[in-house]
Write a protein that binds this ligand. Structure first.
Ligand code: XUL
Ligand code: CO
Length: 437
């Protein structure tokens, strides 16, 4: 396999002293950490849309990378794109990929022909999967690019548009099931509003839930055993997106009784757009039993939009993997690099540098998270901080055995109370020392 990326060979683990930029220094797939191999822990995935499709356009300029894959006919391009995807995954030792329906095959003038094209490409993807052992982490439908979705898809003001969205979701589910996908994502790029002046928010939210319920029922009826995910994002492209952040999405899923089938797909750059840290979103998902999968990337705090950069922040990766380990590890989910090389990084090798950066950052993050957990001082500090809740008064409050009046009596009798230090600076130094080693 050497057709589309001829200047790059297979990327291998060479250890932290290697000065070969086309090698892994931390991602050693077969190394065992906390009872599993790195490969099993990290479950890296390639994002088809950024890696195989996006050409580096931005709001002010055209593409800077050629993604025609040596063909002019759109279907031939799609076939070559699939072959190139598997070459890239093979060279990077990535086991999974994620796709939107519109990433893999070009849309035709009508749905019948569009779906026929999707089936043809799915045949090829199935063959490539069979030959390589690569798998689909999750599939999804692009319900945000076509002009018909300009008012929303599941939240459209027009029932006919809702029907198109439903048809697309149905087909995307069939593709995901056919390709053995472990998950299916709802990310609501246009599911929100620009102005409340023209918006029936109640109806839009109810309809979004209706679409999700139909998707679950249909997918289960055709044998889908994986997880559904909602991927929170507060804004962009809409001013307000309904899947705003983890807390909002958890409330939504519970309100519509979708919480048994859905988990969250947490994206780092979306977390910071919502004014939260990545770890905050992961923690909230984890403590609610809903940490499903992760879009691993990072934003730039000096730019107010979703820059989808390859993750290089060691601290963020360490805290991310800490949450994943504390949650018992991934089951159907994984780390999808919803990330792209910068527009000016326009050579063929740059996408490899991007993935190597992301994979090594998360491999290091996994090692550091394990080190923090093995060390135990952080967890012990938290346990000690809340010790009074495990016995005596605290235990009785937790058991619901104490009334407000009784608590008043206790407080009156005590006069005042002493509480200890939070020791933030001590803890920050502890983590620095653990990370630096
Ligand atoms: C957009 C985004 C999407 C989803 C899938 O910000 O993250 O690519 O991951 O639709
Ligand atoms: Co994403």
């Amino acid at each position: 396999m050497n057709a589309f990326y001829p200047s790059v060979g297979k990327i291998r683990y060479e250890g932290s002293r290697s000065d070969n930029p086309l090698s892994f220094r931390h991602y050693d797939p077969d190394a065992v950490i906390a009872g599993r191999t790195m490969r099993e822990h990290l479950r890296f995935a390639m994002s088809y849309w950024h890696t195989m499709v996006a050409e580096g356009t931005d709001m002010f300029g055209v593409g800077t990378v050629d993604k025609h894959y040596g063909a002019s006919d759109p279907m031939e391009q799609a076939r070559n794109k699939a072959r190139a995807a598997f070459e890239l995954m093979d060279k990077l030792d990535i086991d999974f990929y994620c796709f939107h329906d519109r990433d893999i095959a070009p849309e035709a003038d009508n749905l019948t022909e569009t779906n026929r094209r999707l089936d043809q490409i799915a045949d090829l993807l199935a063959e490539l999967q069979q030959a390589s052992g690569k798998r689909v982490l999750w599939g999804t439908a692009n319900l945000f690019s076509h002009p018909r979705y300009r008012h929303g898809a599941g939240t459209a003001c027009t029932a006919d548009v809702f029907a198109f969205a439903a048809a697309q979701v149905k087909k995307a589910l069939e593709l995901t099931v056919r390709l053995g996908g472990a998950g299916y994502v709802f990310w609501g790029g246009r599911e929100g509003y620009e102005t409340l002046l023209n918006t029936n928010m109640r109806l839009e939210l109810d309809n979004l839930a209706r679409l999700m319920r139909m998707a679950v029922d249909y997918a289960r009826s055709i044998g889908f055993k994986g997880d559904f995910y909602v991927e929170p994002k507060p804004k962009e492209p809409t001013k307000h997106q309904y899947d705003f952040d983890a807390a909002t999405v958890i409330g939504f899923l519970r309100q519509y009784r979708l919480d048994k089938d859905f988990k969250l797909n947490i994206e780092a750059n979306h977390a910071t757009l919502a004014g939260h840290s990545f770890q905050h979103e992961l923690r909230l998902a984890r403590i609610n039993g809903m940490l499903g999968s992760i879009d691993a990337n990072q934003g730039d705090l000096l730019l107010g939009w979703d820059t989808d950069q390859f993750p290089t922040n060691i601290y963020d990766a360490a805290w991310c993997m800490y949450e994943v380990l504390k949650g018992g590890g991934f089951s159907n989910g994984g780390l999808n690099f919803d990330a792209k090389a910068r527009r000016a990084s326009s050579s063929l090798e740059d996408i490899f540098y991007g993935y190597i950066a992301g994979m090594d950052t998360f491999a290091l993050g996994l090692k550091l998270a394990d080190r923090i957990i093995q060390d135990g001082r952080l967890d012990q500090f938290i346990t000690d901080r809340y010790a009074s809740w495990n016995e005596g008064l605290g235990a009785r409050i937790r058991a619901g055995q104490v009334s407000l009046a009784e608590l008043e009596q206790i407080a009156l009798a005590k006069g005042d109370v002493e509480t200890g230090s939070g020791r933030q600076e001590y803890l920050e130094t502890l983590i620095n020392n653990l990370i630096i080693g």
